[in-house]
Design a protein around this ligand. Sequence first.
Ligand SMILES: Nc1ncnc2c1ncn2[C@@H]1O[C@H](COP(=O)(O)OP(=O)(O)OP(=O)(O)O)[C@@H](O)[C@H]1O
Ligand SMILES: [Mg+2]
Length: 253
Amino acid sequence: MGILEVKNVNKRFGGLQALSDVNLSIAENTVHAIIGPNGAGKSTLLNVLVGKLIPDTGSVMFDGQSVLGRKPYEINQMGISRVFQTPEIFSDLTVLENMMIPIFAKRDGAFRMHAIESVANERAVVEQAEHMLESLNMADQRHNHSASMSRGNKRRLEIGMCLSQEPRLLLLDEPTAGMARADTNNTIDLLKQIKSERDITIAIIEHDMHVVFSLAERITVLAQGTPLVEDTPDNIKGHPKVREAYLGESATA
Ligand SMILES: Nc1ncnc2c1ncn2[C@@H]1O[C@H](COP(=O)(O)OP(=O)(O)OP(=O)(O)O)[C@@H](O)[C@H]1O
Ligand SMILES: [Mg+2]
Protein backbone atom coordinates (compact mmCIF):
# COMPACT_ATOMS: atom_id res chain seq x y z
CA MET A 1 0.00 0.00 0.00
CA GLY A 2 1.49 3.34 -1.06
CA ILE A 3 1.29 6.65 0.80
CA LEU A 4 -0.74 7.87 -2.19
CA GLU A 5 -3.27 5.57 -3.83
CA VAL A 6 -5.11 6.57 -7.00
CA LYS A 7 -7.92 4.22 -8.04
CA ASN A 8 -9.93 4.21 -11.27
CA VAL A 9 -9.68 7.96 -11.88
CA ASN A 10 -11.42 9.34 -14.97
CA LYS A 11 -11.63 13.01 -15.95
CA ARG A 12 -13.32 14.38 -19.05
CA PHE A 13 -13.14 17.97 -20.36
CA GLY A 14 -16.08 18.27 -22.76
CA GLY A 15 -15.38 15.71 -25.47
CA LEU A 16 -11.81 15.05 -24.32
CA GLN A 17 -10.98 12.16 -22.01
CA ALA A 18 -8.02 13.77 -20.19
CA LEU A 19 -7.60 10.92 -17.66
CA SER A 20 -8.76 7.42 -18.40
CA ASP A 21 -8.87 4.71 -15.73
CA VAL A 22 -5.77 5.92 -13.91
CA ASN A 23 -4.48 3.63 -11.19
CA LEU A 24 -1.30 4.69 -9.45
CA SER A 25 0.40 3.82 -6.20
CA ILE A 26 3.25 5.95 -4.89
CA ALA A 27 5.36 4.23 -2.24
CA GLU A 28 6.38 6.16 0.87
CA ASN A 29 9.88 7.71 0.83
CA THR A 30 10.46 7.18 -2.88
CA VAL A 31 10.99 9.60 -5.75
CA HIS A 32 8.31 8.73 -8.31
CA ALA A 33 8.40 10.42 -11.73
CA ILE A 34 5.41 10.78 -14.02
CA ILE A 35 6.48 11.30 -17.61
CA GLY A 36 4.68 11.42 -20.93
CA PRO A 37 4.27 13.51 -24.08
CA ASN A 38 2.56 16.92 -24.19
CA GLY A 39 -1.12 16.69 -23.44
CA ALA A 40 -0.79 13.23 -21.84
CA GLY A 41 -2.70 14.40 -18.77
CA LYS A 42 0.20 14.85 -16.34
CA SER A 43 -0.79 18.28 -14.98
CA THR A 44 -4.43 17.21 -14.89
CA LEU A 45 -3.42 14.21 -12.77
CA LEU A 46 -1.37 16.45 -10.47
CA ASN A 47 -4.36 18.76 -10.03
CA VAL A 48 -6.43 15.73 -9.04
CA LEU A 49 -3.74 14.57 -6.57
CA VAL A 50 -3.85 17.90 -4.70
CA GLY A 51 -7.65 18.00 -4.61
CA LYS A 52 -7.81 20.98 -6.99
CA LEU A 53 -9.71 19.06 -9.62
CA ILE A 54 -12.46 16.58 -8.78
CA PRO A 55 -12.38 13.55 -11.07
CA ASP A 56 -15.59 12.22 -12.66
CA THR A 57 -14.96 8.84 -11.05
CA GLY A 58 -12.42 7.24 -8.75
CA SER A 59 -10.61 7.94 -5.52
CA VAL A 60 -7.35 9.53 -4.35
CA MET A 61 -6.25 8.53 -0.87
CA PHE A 62 -3.28 10.03 0.97
CA ASP A 63 -2.27 7.93 3.97
CA GLY A 64 -5.79 6.48 4.08
CA GLN A 65 -7.65 9.82 3.79
CA SER A 66 -9.38 11.13 0.69
CA VAL A 67 -7.92 14.34 -0.79
CA LEU A 68 -10.93 15.00 -2.99
CA GLY A 69 -12.89 18.18 -2.29
CA ARG A 70 -10.43 19.49 0.29
CA LYS A 71 -9.33 23.11 0.41
CA PRO A 72 -5.67 23.98 -0.34
CA TYR A 73 -4.78 24.63 3.33
CA GLU A 74 -6.38 21.32 4.34
CA ILE A 75 -4.22 19.57 1.74
CA ASN A 76 -1.14 21.28 3.21
CA GLN A 77 -2.16 20.30 6.71
CA MET A 78 -2.58 16.67 5.60
CA GLY A 79 1.10 16.77 4.64
CA ILE A 80 1.01 17.50 0.90
CA SER A 81 2.85 20.45 -0.65
CA ARG A 82 2.99 21.36 -4.30
CA VAL A 83 5.52 23.33 -6.31
CA PHE A 84 3.82 25.06 -9.24
CA GLN A 85 5.26 25.29 -12.74
CA THR A 86 5.85 29.04 -12.37
CA PRO A 87 7.29 30.18 -9.03
CA GLU A 88 4.58 31.35 -6.63
CA ILE A 89 6.58 33.95 -4.75
CA PHE A 90 5.82 37.57 -3.92
CA SER A 91 8.22 39.76 -5.89
CA ASP A 92 7.68 42.78 -3.58
CA LEU A 93 8.82 40.86 -0.51
CA THR A 94 12.33 39.89 0.47
CA VAL A 95 13.58 36.32 0.35
CA LEU A 96 13.18 36.04 4.14
CA GLU A 97 9.65 37.48 4.11
CA ASN A 98 8.63 35.04 1.39
CA MET A 99 10.02 32.18 3.42
CA MET A 100 7.93 33.25 6.42
CA ILE A 101 4.63 33.01 4.51
CA PRO A 102 4.16 29.22 4.58
CA ILE A 103 5.36 29.10 8.20
CA PHE A 104 2.58 31.53 9.18
CA ALA A 105 0.14 29.61 7.01
CA LYS A 106 0.97 26.31 8.71
CA ARG A 107 0.70 27.84 12.17
CA ASP A 108 -2.43 29.93 11.63
CA GLY A 109 -4.20 27.93 8.90
CA ALA A 110 -4.05 31.06 6.72
CA PHE A 111 -1.60 33.76 5.77
CA ARG A 112 -2.23 37.37 6.81
CA MET A 113 -0.13 40.16 5.32
CA HIS A 114 -0.07 42.10 8.61
CA ALA A 115 1.86 39.22 10.13
CA ILE A 116 4.75 40.05 7.82
CA GLU A 117 4.49 43.73 8.79
CA SER A 118 4.83 42.97 12.50
CA VAL A 119 7.88 40.83 12.03
CA ALA A 120 9.49 42.06 15.24
CA ASN A 121 6.88 40.15 17.28
CA GLU A 122 7.39 36.97 15.35
CA ARG A 123 10.88 35.88 16.42
CA ALA A 124 10.06 32.17 16.26
CA VAL A 125 8.83 32.46 12.68
CA VAL A 126 11.85 34.55 11.64
CA GLU A 127 14.19 31.99 13.19
CA GLN A 128 12.47 29.09 11.45
CA ALA A 129 12.59 30.94 8.12
CA GLU A 130 16.28 31.80 8.59
CA HIS A 131 17.06 28.22 9.48
CA MET A 132 15.38 27.01 6.27
CA LEU A 133 17.31 29.59 4.20
CA GLU A 134 20.56 28.36 5.75
CA SER A 135 19.77 24.77 4.82
CA LEU A 136 19.15 25.98 1.24
CA ASN A 137 22.47 27.91 1.23
CA MET A 138 20.47 31.11 0.73
CA ALA A 139 21.11 32.86 4.05
CA ASP A 140 23.24 35.56 2.39
CA GLN A 141 20.29 36.50 0.15
CA ARG A 142 17.72 36.87 2.91
CA HIS A 143 17.29 40.65 2.63
CA ASN A 144 17.33 40.71 -1.18
CA HIS A 145 14.12 41.42 -3.01
CA SER A 146 12.93 38.25 -4.67
CA ALA A 147 12.25 40.09 -7.96
CA SER A 148 16.02 40.30 -8.51
CA MET A 149 16.62 36.54 -8.10
CA SER A 150 17.63 34.15 -10.86
CA ARG A 151 15.07 31.60 -12.03
CA GLY A 152 17.06 28.83 -10.36
CA ASN A 153 17.13 30.66 -7.03
CA LYS A 154 13.41 31.45 -7.25
CA ARG A 155 12.76 27.74 -7.70
CA ARG A 156 15.09 26.94 -4.78
CA LEU A 157 13.20 29.43 -2.58
CA GLU A 158 9.84 28.04 -3.67
CA ILE A 159 10.87 24.46 -2.92
CA GLY A 160 12.08 25.67 0.49
CA MET A 161 8.74 27.39 1.09
CA CYS A 162 7.01 24.05 0.47
CA LEU A 163 9.46 22.23 2.75
CA SER A 164 8.87 24.64 5.61
CA GLN A 165 5.36 23.19 5.80
CA GLU A 166 7.07 19.87 6.62
CA PRO A 167 5.26 17.88 3.95
CA ARG A 168 5.33 14.11 3.78
CA LEU A 169 4.58 14.32 0.05
CA LEU A 170 6.13 16.95 -2.20
CA LEU A 171 4.66 17.28 -5.70
CA LEU A 172 6.52 19.11 -8.45
CA ASP A 173 5.20 19.93 -11.94
CA GLU A 174 8.17 20.37 -14.29
CA PRO A 175 10.41 22.11 -11.73
CA THR A 176 13.21 22.63 -14.26
CA ALA A 177 11.12 23.83 -17.21
CA GLY A 178 12.83 26.71 -19.03
CA MET A 179 15.94 26.54 -16.86
CA ALA A 180 19.55 26.73 -18.01
CA ARG A 181 21.51 23.49 -17.49
CA ALA A 182 23.40 24.87 -14.46
CA ASP A 183 20.13 25.79 -12.70
CA THR A 184 18.67 22.40 -13.61
CA ASN A 185 21.66 20.64 -12.07
CA ASN A 186 21.37 22.78 -8.94
CA THR A 187 17.70 21.81 -8.65
CA ILE A 188 18.60 18.11 -9.03
CA ASP A 189 21.24 18.48 -6.28
CA LEU A 190 18.75 20.28 -4.03
CA LEU A 191 16.12 17.55 -4.42
CA LYS A 192 18.78 14.88 -3.73
CA GLN A 193 19.83 16.78 -0.60
CA ILE A 194 16.21 17.06 0.57
CA LYS A 195 15.66 13.35 0.00
CA SER A 196 18.78 12.42 1.95
CA GLU A 197 17.98 14.71 4.91
CA ARG A 198 14.36 13.83 5.65
CA ASP A 199 11.61 11.24 5.33
CA ILE A 200 9.76 12.53 2.31
CA THR A 201 8.01 11.17 -0.75
CA ILE A 202 8.55 13.15 -3.95
CA ALA A 203 6.31 12.92 -7.02
CA ILE A 204 7.74 14.78 -9.98
CA ILE A 205 6.34 15.50 -13.41
CA GLU A 206 9.17 16.14 -15.79
CA HIS A 207 10.03 16.31 -19.48
CA ASP A 208 13.79 16.45 -19.03
CA MET A 209 15.03 12.84 -19.01
CA HIS A 210 18.33 13.92 -17.43
CA VAL A 211 16.32 15.09 -14.40
CA VAL A 212 14.11 11.99 -14.41
CA PHE A 213 16.99 9.51 -14.56
CA SER A 214 19.04 11.48 -11.99
CA LEU A 215 16.29 11.35 -9.37
CA ALA A 216 13.53 8.82 -9.94
CA GLU A 217 13.33 5.41 -8.29
CA ARG A 218 10.01 4.59 -10.00
CA ILE A 219 8.65 5.97 -13.27
CA THR A 220 5.09 5.96 -14.59
CA VAL A 221 4.64 6.70 -18.28
CA LEU A 222 1.35 8.39 -19.04
CA ALA A 223 0.00 8.54 -22.60
CA GLN A 224 -3.40 9.84 -23.66
CA GLY A 225 -4.55 9.94 -20.06
CA THR A 226 -3.64 6.35 -19.23
CA PRO A 227 -0.60 4.87 -17.46
CA LEU A 228 1.13 2.80 -20.14
CA VAL A 229 3.84 1.31 -17.99
CA GLU A 230 5.32 1.71 -14.51
CA ASP A 231 8.79 0.43 -13.69
CA THR A 232 12.30 1.22 -12.45
CA PRO A 233 14.42 3.70 -14.46
CA ASP A 234 16.62 0.87 -15.81
CA ASN A 235 13.61 -0.99 -17.16
CA ILE A 236 12.01 2.18 -18.54
CA LYS A 237 15.09 3.10 -20.61
CA GLY A 238 14.52 1.83 -24.13
CA HIS A 239 11.16 0.28 -23.22
CA PRO A 240 9.24 -0.16 -26.49
CA LYS A 241 6.02 1.23 -24.98
CA VAL A 242 7.85 4.37 -23.87
CA ARG A 243 9.21 4.96 -27.38
CA GLU A 244 5.73 4.27 -28.69
CA ALA A 245 4.25 6.89 -26.35
CA TYR A 246 6.76 9.53 -27.39
CA LEU A 247 7.02 8.72 -31.08
CA GLY A 248 3.35 7.92 -31.60
CA GLU A 249 4.17 4.65 -33.29
CA SER A 250 4.97 1.11 -32.21
CA ALA A 251 8.71 0.79 -31.77
CA THR A 252 8.40 -2.97 -32.03
CA ALA A 253 6.76 -2.83 -35.48
N1 LIG B 1 -9.35 22.95 -17.93
C1 LIG B 1 -9.30 22.31 -19.09
N2 LIG B 1 -10.32 22.38 -19.98
C2 LIG B 1 -10.28 21.71 -21.15
N3 LIG B 1 -9.26 20.92 -21.53
C3 LIG B 1 -8.20 20.81 -20.70
C4 LIG B 1 -8.17 21.50 -19.44
N4 LIG B 1 -7.00 21.19 -18.82
C5 LIG B 1 -6.35 20.36 -19.66
N5 LIG B 1 -7.05 20.13 -20.77
C6 LIG B 1 -6.67 19.24 -21.87
O1 LIG B 1 -6.44 17.95 -21.32
C7 LIG B 1 -5.32 17.32 -21.93
C8 LIG B 1 -4.29 17.01 -20.88
O2 LIG B 1 -3.73 18.25 -20.45
P1 LIG B 1 -2.56 18.34 -19.36
O3 LIG B 1 -2.30 19.77 -19.14
O4 LIG B 1 -2.93 17.51 -18.20
O5 LIG B 1 -1.36 17.64 -20.16
P2 LIG B 1 0.19 17.54 -19.74
O6 LIG B 1 0.55 16.10 -19.83
O7 LIG B 1 0.42 18.22 -18.45
O8 LIG B 1 0.88 18.33 -20.93
P3 LIG B 1 2.23 19.23 -20.93
O9 LIG B 1 3.36 18.23 -21.03
O10 LIG B 1 2.11 20.01 -22.19
O11 LIG B 1 2.26 20.05 -19.71
C9 LIG B 1 -4.85 18.29 -23.02
O12 LIG B 1 -5.42 17.91 -24.24
C10 LIG B 1 -5.37 19.64 -22.55
O13 LIG B 1 -5.59 20.50 -23.65
MG1 LIG C 1 1.60 19.89 -17.86
